[in-house]
Design a binder for this molecule. Structure first.
Ligand SMILES: [Mn+2]
Length: 319
């Protein structure tokens, strides 16, 4: 358990006392890390602070509307805050200069390693954006349309449009508050849920054609090889939704997506129903995450990666 945990009020005060603030997102950034970072950026700017957002990867174009100011050495950071980042490794190599010295982490991963000096984490929340809403309110910042859109993006993307089991009444209440403050819910859902890139469709075609079933069809597995990813010229954002496919099949309790990074590195994403624990499966191979969605990375052959994750799945299904 994290022993350097602090309250929302303390986190808010710490941010109000700071200046020249660098906000860090996790690598392969998603709507939650970027939305939470953008919201914090706008709240801090409204409080007269100098701040900017840094990420190991280039921010995908579909997030341009958030209007994130990217850090380009425009100031010397005096305070570093990571949002939605469970482990300093997830900051990525290019953030190495900051990763050992993160002052505050605002997160919602039960697996948070406590790497930051202070951690404000609620592992029960479906999105870091839900916690960030409370932090921004505690900072006394007005929820303007920019903050509302940013937080709504985080809420919506991390809850799969308020559908995942982690969604609570409180999540909807925060969502409703954001709508009152001008969040453009239809614009955001069109962007993230009602349209897919052609590259995504190409990858889905391939994934569906090569899907395999295991353990009386309770596990479905797809592999995205480097060959197909290169052929399609897929960006990380084109791959986002694919890991939801195997688990969406009737009767499947564990959906596995193996993505090849290079000859011997494979990223494995695990999605489960309530009949299996994704986090435990991923932890078996040194990864982590949430109960229904988790991931890990293995260094071996494709066959080795498959066998290793299937062993963990088998154990989980026997529990
Ligand atoms: Mn998140």
């Amino acid at each position: 358990m994290i022993n350097n945990g602090i309250s929302i009020e303390n986190a808010a005060q710490m941010l109000l006392d700071a200046d020249n603030i660098l906000i860090l997102c996790h690598k392969n950034p998603d709507g939650d890390t970027l939305g939470s970072a953008a919201a914090l950026m706008y709240a801090l700017k409204a409080k007269g602070k100098v701040c900017a957002v840094a990420c190991h990867d280039i921010i995908p174009a579909k997030y341009d509307f958030l209007g994130i100011e990217v850090y380009e050495n425009q100031f010397v950071p005096e305070f570093v805050v990571a949002v939605d980042v469970a482990d300093q490794k997830l900051l990525g190599d290019s953030m190495a200069a900051y990763s050992a010295d993160v002052d505050l982490c605002i997160d919602h991963h039960p697996s948070n390693t406590g790497y930051a000096k202070y951690v404000c984490c609620d592992g029960k929340l479906p999105a870091a954006a839900q916690l960030m809403y409370s932090v921004v309110v505690a900072m006394g910042a007005e929820i303007d349309v920019n903050i509302a859109n940013s937080l709504y993006t985080g809420l919506m993307t991390d809850t799969g449009c308020f559908k995942f089991s982690s969604t609570t009444a409180e999540t909807h209440i925060v969502g409703a508050e954001l709508l009152k403050c001008g969040a453009q819910h239809n614009f955001i859902s069109e962007r993230f849920f009602m349209s897919r890139s052609k590259k995504t469709i190409e990858l889905e075609k391939y994934a569906l054609n090569t899907m395999e079933y295991f353990f009386d069809d309770r596990c479905a597995l797809i592999v995205l090889t480097k060959d197909i990813l290169d052929k399609v010229q897929a960006q990380p954002s084109d791959i986002d939704g694919i890991s939801a496919i195997p688990r969406s099949i009737e009767g499947v309790d564990v959906g596995i997506t193996i993505r090849q990074i290079n000859d011997s590195t494979f990223k494995i994403s695990v999605r489960t129903t309530e009949r299996a624990n994704a986090s435990e499966i991923a932890q078996g191979l040194g990864g982590g995450g949430h109960t229904r969605a988790a991931g890990c990375e293995v260094i071996c052959s494709l066959e080795g990666a498959k066998n290793a994750i299937l062993r963990e799945v088998e154990t989980a299904l026997c529990r």
